[in-house]
Write a protein that binds this ligand. Structure first.
Ligand code: HEM
Length: 583
């Protein structure tokens, strides 16, 4: 049995806490907590401008940013504001707690240099973490072996021959579908405006599906809509005053199309989450999320199986079939069996479809809005189309795909470029090692945001000390013809044209389109720039030419004509209403 000595009893009494002990303990705990709090507070990188207030809160700039973005729907607007407030081409903001500040770079010359020439920067984990749900899609990989492996598989899909022979005719036929839908809506609306947001989205979705599956897939998103409206009697359409929009019923689309339609929204919400990986994990447990990705797996497996059969019988037409062909050739070279069951085919093609529809439909919506708001530009464009495609005009028919593809239309190119300039999203990169930008220290792992809607883009550049630029930036050829004194917020396509004569004409003989005339980050730049740019251009060019050729885009009421956007993987307008009359 244990016994307690008198000495032990006395020392036990000694250990009973006194007020003094408590005070010491409180002070120690408070000091430790205060030290921890100070340590967790945002820690600015020396020499880079920041918002002082943000360094006094654990949450840094996040509460202010979230408050503003919840109203505007746009992170880029908040970024541009910070740059202007700090009046510096490079500044830092504290968005994710307990991590490195994010760097905002608002200087086109240096942005171009980082994106195109500097090996110390690569795809950002800010984007990759938010795109985890896209599986083995190349857009989330750093520029290494996995990235190259996938890129090899899709190397045929942006070639001139694939675009002109497979994608172009699909673009043209989907364009005809959506023009038919517009005409039906126009007739039913009797001079009233109506939303075309879903129509552009569905048309673009149909293009991407045909790009991937060709005629192996028969369902479209626009088809059911056309069918629904064709059965709608004039008496079933509810009218109000002439300026009130007419709402049309929306036909349901197949589950797989719904999955493709919703996937970009999931990606966008995850990218913008404070903890994207946690969010993806949490969502992946939920039934609505599982439904989307289970459906994607089911259909992609079905489509790969059809494509494998076609490939084996010597028919290679669609996007997936070309990917299988590349894998077949690669396997043969490496002396192994092709791995057609790999998830890479399903994830890669799904990623490309997702990357292509939301972005391009957003671009077409902006164009429709701008051409409505600037009727002189609309008229000039129509005239240019009629004069350039004069045979079709004389024969009183729409141009063919071959005609529009071959037509040189510098003015239309400029219209598209100018729309892209105004609506570019914020491209990102990550530092792969400790380095510098504009002479400021940048630690490995830092996320860089290239602000493309602030100084140097939509307002004059902030003067920058050239000696602080990188060597490659200083060595690069400068373009000094861009006029920053002419209001940069205005939609003015002629900024992108170089005149060949003294007249005012806008045809091929009068002007050249110069895509390098001014700052442009709409498709990013460098090795990780947009892979689908050529397809996007073909689609916007064809569909917008069809729209302007067939219809007059009449003025819409101010309440339906806002230029507010939602920013995600693309910047899309919050509203897109048209009031059409047939030409
Ligand atoms: C107007 C339409 C489009 C816009 C504005 C747009 C914009 C962008 C931007 C800003 C990036 C990031 C570039 C960078 O980080 O430097 C990107 C990447 C990408 N885009 Fe597009 N895009 C469009 C259409 C398309 C289309 C039609 C496709 C598919 C056919 C596509 C596929 C991709 C892919 C796969 C990437 C990732 C490239 C990589 O990580 O290397 N995009 N796009």
């Amino acid at each position: 049995m244990m016994s307690i000595s008198p000495h032990q009893v006395i020392s036990a009494f000694d250990e009973v806490p006194t007020v003094g002990h408590c005070l010491v303990a409180c002070i120690t705990i408070t000091s430790v907590l205060y030290g921890l709090y100070q340590w967790l507070l945002p820690n600015p990188v020396p020499g880079i401008a920041f918002n002082l207030e943000a360094t006094k809160s654990l949450f840094g700039d996040a509460p202010g940013m979230i408050k503003e973005v919840s109203v505007t729907g746009e992170f880029r607007v908040w970024c541009a504001k910070q740059v202007k407030k700090m009046d510096s081409p490079i500044c830092q903001v504290f968005i994710r707690p307990f991590s490195k500040p994010w760097i905002l770079l608002a200087d086109f010359r240096e942005s171009k240099d980082v994106l195109m020439r500097r090996k110390e920067f690569d795809k950002s984990s800010f984007l990759s973490d938010g795109m985890e749900c896209m599986g083995s899609f190349h857009g989330i990989y750093p520029t290494g072996d996995k990235f190259k492996w996938n890129r090899q598989l899709i190397q045929d899909l942006m070639t001139t021959s694939f675009l002109n022979n497979h994608v172009g005719p699909a673009v043209y036929s989907k364009g005809l579908d959506v023009m038919k839908l517009f005409e039906m809506k126009m007739n039913l609306a009797k001079g009233r405006p109506f939303s075309v947001k879903k129509d552009f989205e569905y048309a673009s979705l149909d293009v991407m599906i045909e790009f991937a599956f060709g005629k192996n897939w028969v369902h479209t998103a626009t088809g059911p809509q056309v069918e629904l409206l064709s059965k709608l009697g004039a008496s079933e359409v509810k009218f109000d005053a002439l300026d009130q929009p007419v709402s049309f019923p929306i036909a349901p689309i197949m589950d797989f199309l719904e999955s493709v339609y919703e996937a970009p929204e999931i990606v966008e919400k995850t990218i913008n989450a404070i903890m994207p990986k946690l969010q993806t994990w949490w969502w992946s447990k939920q039934s609505w999320y599982k439904k989307i990705f289970d459906e994607k797996e089911r259909i992609m497996k079905e489509q790969v199986a059809i494509a494998v059969n076609n490939y084996r019988s010597g028919h290679v037409k669609t996007g997936i079939e070309h990917m299988l062909m590349r894998e077949g050739a690669r396997a043969e070279k490496e002396g192994r069996e092709p791995d057609f069951g790999s998830e890479v085919f399903r994830d890669e093609m799904f990623g490309d479809i997702v990357g292509g529809h939301h972005t391009t439909s957003g671009a077409m919506m902006w164009l429709a809005k701008y051409l409505t708001d600037w009727p002189q530009i609309q008229s000039k464009l129509r005239l240019v189309l009629y004069e350039t495609l004069s045979t079709a005009k004389e024969e009183n028919r729409l141009f063919t795909f071959e005609e529009i593809r071959r037509a040189k239309l510098p003015y239309l190119d400029a219209v598209i470029e100018e729309m892209l300039r105004i609506n570019a999203v914020t491209v990102t990169r990550e530092a792969l090692c400790d380095t510098t930008i504009l002479g400021c220290p940048i630690k490995k792992g830092t996320q860089i945001f290239f602000v493309s809607n602030g100084p140097g883009f939509l307002s004059p550049s902030i003067p920058t000390d050239d000696s602080k630029r990188s060597e490659t930036s200083r060595a690069a050829k400068l373009n000094d013809k861009w006029d920053e004194t002419h209001d940069l917020t205005l939609f003015d396509p002629e900024r992108w044209l170089v005149r060949k004569n003294n007249g005012e004409g806008l045809l091929e003989d009068d002007v050249d389109f110069d895509g390098a005339a001014g700052p442009q980050l709409a498709f990013g730049l460098g090795p990780r720039a947009c892979w689908g740019r050529r397809l996007a251009h073909m689609e916007t060019k064809t569909l917008i030419a069809m729209l302007v050729w067939n219809f007059r885009l009449l003025e819409t009421p101010p309440a339906l004509s806002s230029h507010a956007g939602f920013e995600g993987i693309a910047r899309v307008p919050q509203q897109c209403y048209l009031r059409l009359s047939k030409i």
